[in-house]
Ligand binder design. Structure first.
Ligand SMILES: [Zn+2]
Length: 389
């Protein structure tokens, strides 16, 4: 793959493994690829920043991690956690129900990273026993509720006494964003007030094994399998009490502090990241053939959704033949996906237009939208089909 973009000094290179600190030296791609630094949709015409992209896999623990780390101020310039379907809403409800059997042991809660406080509001409205709910979030944009206390800071920088009357940490789709996740677990370990951790983790292992274009990007910079996540917390004095999978989308873990745990050798058994990338690359011909057939018939080529899934597919496969991106989010419609100036139009209004051919690239989000499409079979290509079906 050639790399013809100009790189700014807006990134740095990782040198050591995030899990075992081993010196990293084995890259997946012989030549670096080039990836848009941010994943949001934008309305301006400002120049988009690209940074180099490659993957290191640690020779000892087999953790895969992006070689280049972008400037966080650019990556998270705009919040784009904007899910319009049922999957995230139902996830919050699931987590809320999951908490029920532990709630008697929970004094107060500290949630790390939550731009809108949605999960927090659901929990506070369900469990009256929670008096205080701290949200550690440098850019909170939600509507603050009475019992919520917003700490506008990065978690690593917050003194323990600020949330000392809280014995439970919640992290939902946050932990995978840290450049140094071990440091975060260590901060929690050293705060002896914390007895419980509820972690909601994207099921990266499922994404990897089912060819979903959403495992290693500028936001999710490392891949650790689901068992190794458990072991990482074990080695920081937190024993896993319960684990629950949700909709091929997330894994919910509940940990309890235990000082008598023996250290486990951290190793990713399910680490075949090369096969994952090979499978993704092998789809290129099918996608190009689908596009060619439909373009011959005069169809406009649309791809769903306007998210990192699609951005990553374009980056990796270097396909430039799409006419539109489809999405249901009002905050994305009429804007352009970062890096590729591809316009986002309404999924609902365009999913049954006979002039369109549609590629579904939303992983588990495909299930929600596929039933709305009544186009001829030849006008719809579904990627990331569940292998178990
Ligand atoms: Zn390692």
């Amino acid at each position: 793959m050639k790399n013809n973009k100009d790189f700014f000094v807006m990134y740095y290179s990782r040198t050591n493994c995030i899990l075992c600190n081993n010196l990293l030296n084995h890259v997946l791609f012989e030549n670096d690829l080039s990836i848009p630094i941010a994943c949001y949709c934008k309305s301006d015409n400002n120049e988009d920043v690209f940074i180099p992209y490659n993957i290191y896999t640690c020779s000892i623990c087999k953790t895969s991690q992006t070689k280049y780390l972008g400037d966080l101020n650019i990556i998270y310039k705009y919040n784009h956690a904007d899910s319009t379907g049922n999957i995230m809403e139902n996830l919050h409800k699931k987590v809320n129900t999951f908490l029920c059997k532990y709630i008697r042991n929970i004094t107060n809660i500290t949630e790390i990273g939550s731009s809108k406080g949605i999960l927090s509001s659901i929990i506070l409205n369900t469990y009256n026993s929670i008096e205080k709910y701290y949200i550690v979030e440098p850019s909170f944009i939600g509507k603050k509720e009475d019992k919520q206390i917003i700490i506008s800071e990065f978690f690593e920088n917050v003194e323990y006494n600020v949330y000392e009357d809280s014995n439970t940490i919640i992290m939902s789709h946050v932990f995978e964003h840290f450049y140094n996740p071990k440091e975060i677990v260590n901060v929690i370990k050293n705060n002896t007030n914390i007895e419980y951790i509820l972690l909601v983790w994207p099921d990266l292992e499922y994404y990897k094994d089912n060819n979903i274009y959403h495992v290693l990007n500028t936001e999710h910079t490392f891949y650790i399998d689901n068992n190794c996540i458990k072991d990482l917390f074990n080695n920081n004095s937190f024993e896993m009490i319960e684990q629950l999978k949700y909709a091929n989308h997330s894994v919910i873990y509940f940990f309890k502090r235990n000082h008598n745990l023996s250290t486990i050798n951290l190793y990713n058994n399910n680490h075949s990241i090369k096969n994952y990338f090979d499978d993704l690359l092998n789809k290129k011909d099918d996608i190009l053939e689908f596009i060619r057939l439909n373009k011959t018939k005069g169809k406009k080529i649309c791809i769903f959704p306007a998210s990192v899934h699609t951005q990553f597919l374009i980056m990796l496969l270097e396909i430039n033949d799409f006419d539109f991106i489809l999405d249901n989010s009002p905050n994305k419609i009429g804007k352009y996906i970062y890096g590729y100036n591809l316009e986002c139009i309404s999924f609902e209004e365009n999913c049954n237009n006979d002039n369109h051919a549609i590629i579904l690239n939303g992983g588990c989000f495909n299930d929600e939208v596929i039933k709305k499409i009544n186009l001829d079979k030849k006008q719809c290509l579904v990627l990331s089909i569940n292998k178990s079906i």
